[in-house]
Ligand binder design. Sequence first.
Ligand code: NDP
Ligand code: GDR
Length: 368
Amino acid sequence: MASENETSKSGSTDNGDTAVVRKIALITGITGQDGSYLTEFLLEKGYEVHGLIRRSSNFNTQRINHIYIDPHNAHKARMKLHYADLSDASSLRRWLDIILPDEVYNLAAQSHVAVSFEIPDYTADVVATGALRLLEAVRSHIDATGRSHIRYYQAGSSEMFGSTPPPQSETTPFHPRSPYAASKCAAHWYTVNYREAYGLYACNGILFNHESPRRGENFVTRKITRAVGRIKIGLQSKLFLGNLQASRDWGFAGDYVEAMWMMLQQEKPDDYVVATEDSHTVEEFLEVAFGYVGLNWRDHVVIDKRYFRPTEVDNLKGDSNKARTVLGWKPKVGFEQLVKMMVDEDVELAKREKVLVDAGFMDAQQQP
Ligand code: NDP
Ligand code: GDR
C-alpha cells in the first residue's frame, strides 16, 4: 500500500511491482547526526532520499551505512549519495536539476562552536554563505524549471540567542557569541529574505541542543558518555573538560528531525523554536551519566582551560509553545532517559573496544 507520501501510478515496473511516485528529499549534511536520523525518518515515510556528501580522505558515512543499499540494486535503493559541497555553488545547482527534489533540508555545517573560533572564515563560508548558495540554487532552479512547490528547511540554532536570557522563543532577539552563531544568524536572515523576496517556501527551525548515541564525539554530552563507557570498562581514567556551569536544553535528535519535517508540511512557511523546555548544567549531565554506572564524576574529571571559549553561552532554555501548538510536535525522550540511552550505547561500544585492545588489535588510547 502507498504511504501518505507516495502515489501509486498505474502500470507495472520491469520486476512486476506497481510503480510508485515518491516524494523526493534532498539533504545536505546527511552523514551527520541529524542527517542520519532524518534519512531514517523520511525513508520510513516512503520518501526517496538523496544526500550530498563531501569528499573525505576517509569514509565518512558511518552513521548511514546501516541504511545504505548498493545503487546497483536500483529498485531497492531509496537513499542515494552524491558528491557536492556547500562551498561549491555549481554542484548544488547541478544536483537540484538532476534530483528534482520536493523538499530540501540544509543540515550541513561546520557545527562545532569552539572550533568556529579557530576557523572563523571557513565557518562563515560554509554556515552562512553556504546557506545563501543553496537558497540561490533553489531560487534559480525554480526560475528555470517552474517547480515552485519546492520547500526548503534551514537548520537554525539556539546559539543564535547567545547571551539573551531564557526562556528563548521565536521573538527573542539574537545576540550571537561565536563565529558559528553569527553565521547561523546570517543563514537565518537569508532564509527569511528569500521567503519574503521570492515567495520561496522556506522555514527556519531554531533547534536547541539535541543529542544521541550518534552525536559527534567532541560535543560535551558524547564526550562525557564515551568517557563513562571507557572508564567503566577500564580503558581510560581521566576526562578533561572546560566550563561545567553552562546550561543547555538537551533533547533527543530522533525527536527533533520529526519537527523539521513537520515544518515543511504546513500550509505556509514559518520559523519555529524546537526545545524540551528543560535545562541542565554540564555538571548535572556528569552527575547523571557517571551516577548511572555507579561512578563519581569528581574522581575522574579534570578541568582543562583549553576547553573554555573566548565567549560562552551561559544559559539556554527554549519556549517551544509555537511548535507544540501549530505543528503538534512534542519531545518523547526526557533528559535522564537521553543520558542513559547514550551511556548504555557507549558502555557497549567500550566493551567491543576492550576486546580489540585485549587481542592486541588496538591501543587503549586509540578510538576506532
Ligand atoms: P554534524 O556536525 O553531526 O553534521 C554536520 C554535517 O555537515 C556532516 O554531514 C558534515 O559532513 C556536513 N558538512 C560539513 N561541512 C560541509 C560542507 N562544506 N559541505 C557539505 N557538507 C558539509 O551536525 P548535526 O547533525 O548535529 O547538526 C545538523 C545541523 O543542525 C547543523 O547545521 C548544525 O549546525 C545544526 N544544529 C545542530 C544542533 C544540535 O544540537 N545537533 C542544534 C541546532 C542546530 P562530514 O560528515 O563529511 O563532516
Ligand atoms: P554547543 O555544544 O556549543 O552548545 O553547540 P557543546 O556540546 O560543544 O558545548 C556545550 C557546553 O559544554 C561546555 N563544555 C564543553 N564543550 C565541549 N565541546 N567540550 C568540552 O570539553 C567541554 N567542557 C565544557 C561548552 O563550553 C558549552 O557551554 C551545539 C552544537 O551542536 C551546535 O552546532 C548547535 O547549534 C548547538 O549545540 C545548539
